[in-house]
Design a protein around this ligand. Structure first.
Ligand SMILES: NC(=O)c1ccc[n+]([C@@H]2O[C@H](COP(=O)([O-])OP(=O)(O)OC[C@H]3O[C@@H](n4cnc5c(N)ncnc54)[C@H](O)[C@@H]3O)[C@@H](O)[C@H]2O)c1
Length: 319
């Protein structure tokens, strides 16, 4: 089987490339290297294409045919909430047009299976303790909107063309499955704290007066290697025929507060960490934890790693 991995030179995509390699699947990567690292994909072929470019549909059609691709895992996208608020049109062009070009090329070449990187950002500010896939999606920024529109586009393609697809809504992805595949973007809590500590600065906690046991925000941290395994489970699920469900939360079902993450980092680095307290940030719900019953039932997938291993692996991979 040959799998096209868009965004395979990125943080999460490169973990999936490695797992596909381990089980002997063929891999071809499409990436424009706007945020990717070539060394992460090893000897696998790279097709350097900007998915949002005017000629991307033709270029992707050529790649799908030339490499005899059976299925696609689509990671390539821009992922920064703040940037999406500043440059919304560019985000729509990158994330929505990029996916439209991919779906058109898949339709032309009759490649019938797609796993899509969605995000818990589609939920917005849910007021339930555990987020189930069927609650109403109300994204509060252009990034989350581009992911929800992507899901709708895929749903329509399922109805119109018989595409088999799984949309995976990731919660807070962190850690490293291999030391050379660290998250190099300093945008999520664990890399941000490690970066501040390396610079000799105290991490800042944005709000300690939330209605949570220790007052800091609670999130569901999922190890990137577990998340990568969920993509393999989704591919296998799609290979079995028409899927019963098409959208899945990917998390652990367990929440950890910002303070708990900071304690885990202090233990793992052996450094005393005294955070500074800052104001709340707009758009941060107090708690965002995945209900993971559907993915367990349908894909037989469950996260293996907990917060300690996530933090340990992130610290190790930073070197
Ligand atoms: N990292 C997270 O916490 C997180 C959470 C939820 C969802 N996601 C989604 O998962 C996916 C992968 O995230 P990541 O953390 O690995 O990000 P990443 O930036 O490390 O990887 C994205 C890859 O896509 C490539 N790319 C971006 N735009 C492209 C374009 N127009 N054409 C071709 N290639 C392009 C980049 O060069 C990069 O290699 C994204 O779709 C992201 O929105 C990530």
């Amino acid at each position: 089987m040959t799998v096209l991995v868009t965004g395979g030179a990125g943080y999460i995509g490169s973990h999936v490339v490695r797992l596909l390699e381990e089980r002997g699947d063929g891999v071809v990567v499409v990436d424009d290297l706007s945020n990717g690292v070539l060394a992460r994909i090893g000897a696998h072929p790279l097709e350097r294409i900007d998915l949002s470019a005017a000629d991307a549909e033709d270029a992707l059609t050529d790649v799908l045919l030339r490499h005899d691709v059976d299925s696609v895992i689509h990671f390539a996208a821009k992922k920064q909430v703040g940037e999406s608020v500043e440059h919304p049109v560019w985000y729509y062009r990158q994330n929505v047009s990029g996916l439209a070009n991919l779906l058109a090329a898949m339709q032309r070449t009759e490649v019938g299976a797609l796993v899509f990187s969605s995000s818990a950002a589609v939920y917005g500010m849910p007021d339930v303790p555990m987020v189930h896939e069927d609650i109403e999606c109300r994204p509060i920024n252009p990034y989350g909107q581009t992911k929800l529109i992507g899901e709708w586009m895929i749903d329509n393609a399922i109805r119109a063309t018989g595409l088999r697809a799984a949309k995976l809504r990731y919660f807070n992805v962190a850690g490293a499955g291999w030391d050379d595949l660290a998250d190099t973007a300093v945008m999520n809590l664990i890399p941000i704290v490690l970066d501040r500590l390396a610079a000799g600065k105290a991490p800042i906690v944005f709000g300690d007066d939330y209605p949570t046991p220790d007052g800091t925000c609670i999130r569901d941290y999922v190890h990137v290697k577990d998340l990568a395994e969920a993509h393999i489970a989704a591919l296998d699920y799609l290979a079995m025929g028409e899927p019963a469900e098409t959208v899945f939360n990917v998390g652990t079902g367990q929440g950890a507060s910002v303070n708990e993450v900071i304690v885990a980092i202090a233990e793992s680095t052996g450094q005393a960490v005294v955070p500074e307290m800052g104001d709340r940030r707009a758009g941060d719900p107090p708690q965002l934890v995945a209900d993971v019953s559907r993915i367990a039932a349908e894909l037989s997938w469950k996260a293996e790693y907990g917060l300690d291993e996530i933090v340990r692996s992130a610290v190790r991979a930073r070197g």
